[in-house]
Design a protein around this ligand. Structure first.
Ligand SMILES: Cc1ncc(COP(=O)(O)O)c(C=O)c1O
Length: 400
């Protein structure tokens, strides 16, 4: 990093979101002048002598050792994401699930207890209910949007309160400040999966949340070509997670870190378009006579519309809905769309449609799934950035 670069970037935290998304964490290469951050496609880093190698291992000297322990392309991504989320530090990993699992494993031990929302991404639910319980960590699944349920579930050994807001795929919101205040008063760490909103629309650290994580596969990448995850928090918490994550081994590749750096530069413009398109489509669906329910936090009919306006800067691109004809009608719709792709994942520039009960949440036992509000008829739409009239026309045609 050049001195000039440092001077310019000194005040980056005070700049607007889009400026941070473009510039934070990245400077032109001081040797070649390359504007784009190089992809340091290397597994190892050469030491000048034995003392230097030993000092780096002992933490007496900064510098790179081996890409599983850190890499300059990964570092640029972590610095950018920490600034975008308003955190002190970040850790990039090979998938959203690598982030979820590293956070939970690092912050709990045998005999501890987790309070988690019952509406969670399927693999997060099964990681907690199947894997963590096997290693002696108990999990109580409740509705974290009701503070009284959290109060009731907390025990002396509760270490983490974990939730998504909006939740995948029900679009239920959780009052972040209320949960953070309660958790802090009891010495419990709060963890939020902020995948659906991205830091452009929601910055949980500003509300007192301790740890923010993302499936960076989604809006952070934006282009449907990467699997990755990222965690943002205070420096000391990130160091605890980093120490565990290096042994778990879910390291992000330098190339994928670079793809995320590139994706992040356009996060704000992409998110604005996702939001604008989703609002139009949610309104279209809500007024359609074949549609029973639409779950989108930007509709005044959403039960937490007020909370959405309070803690989010936009409503995002994710919509869930049920058709009056239930599962059969939903299945027909998903089989008939042409522009919208029938595919899991979300947050891509392409519009994606899928059936949570048989796809992303198939791993959740039926009774738990229904308790979380994930009915057989629920269809999830990740609205892309195409021309909205074309998406509406595709849905209209398929509904007909
Ligand atoms: C909300 C949420 N969190 C976490 C994950 C896991 O992310 P990944 O697929 O990148 O491991 C997903 C994946 O769909 C998700 O939707």
């Amino acid at each position: 990093m050049t001195e000039e670069g440092c001077v310019f970037l000194k005040d980056i935290k005070e700049m607007g979101f889009s400026t941070k998304a473009v510039h934070a964490g990245q400077n032109p290469c001081p040797v070649t002048g390359a504007l784009s951050t190089p992809i340091y496609q290397t597994s190892t880093f050469v030491f000048e002598n034995v003392k230097q190698g030993a000092d780096r291992f002992a933490g007496k000297e900064d510098g790179y050792i081996y890409t599983r322990l850190g890499n300059p392309t990964q570092k640029a991504l972590e610095d950018k994401m920490a600034i975008l989320e308003g955190g002190e530090a970040a850790l990039a990993l090979s998938s959203g699930m690598a982030a979820v699992s590293a956070v939970i494993i690092a912050l709990t031990k045998n005999g501890d207890h987790i309070v988690a929302d019952k509406a969670l991404y399927g693999c997060t639910f099964s990681f907690m209910s199947e894997i963590m319980t096997k290693y002696g960590v108990e999990v109580t699944f409740i509705d974290t949007s009701e503070i009284s349920q959290i109060e009731k579930a907390i025990r002396d050994n509760t270490k983490i309160i974990y939730f998504e807001s909006p939740a995948n795929p029900t679009m239920k919101l959780v009052d972040m400040k209320q949960v953070a205040d309660l958790a802090r008063s009891r010495g419990i760490i709060t963890v939020i999966d902020n995948t659906f909103m991205s830091p452009y629309f929601q910055r949980p650290i500003e509300y007192g949340i301790d740890v923010v994580l993302h499936s960076a596969t989604k809006y952070i990448s934006g282009h449907g070509d990467v699997i990755a995850g990222i965690v943002i928090s205070k420096k000391d918490i990130i160091e605890i997670i980093r120490t565990i994550a290096k042994d778990l081994g879910g390291v992000i590749s330098p190339f994928n870190a670079w793809l995320l750096l590139r994706g992040l530069k356009t996060l704000a413009v992409r998110m604005d378009r996702h939001n604008e398109n989703a609002l139009t489509i949610a309104e279209f669906l809500a007024s359609h006579d074949k549609v029973k329910n639409v779950f989108y936090p930007g509709l005044p009919s959403h039960p937490q519309y007020g909370l959405a306006k309070k803690q989010m800067n936009g409503f995002g691109g994710m919509i869930s809905f049920e058709l009056k004809g239930g599962y059969e009608a939903g299945k027909k719709l998903m089989d008939r769309v042409k522009l919208c792709h029938l595919a899991v994942s979300l947050g891509d520039v392409d519009t994606l449609i899928q059936h949570p009960a048989s796809m992303t949440h198939a791993i959740v036992p039926v009774d738990e799934r229904l308790k979380a509000g994930i009915t057989d008829g629920l269809v999830r739409l990740s609205v892309g950035i195409e021309d909205v009239d074309d998406i509406v026309e595709d849905l209209e045609e398929a509904l007909r």
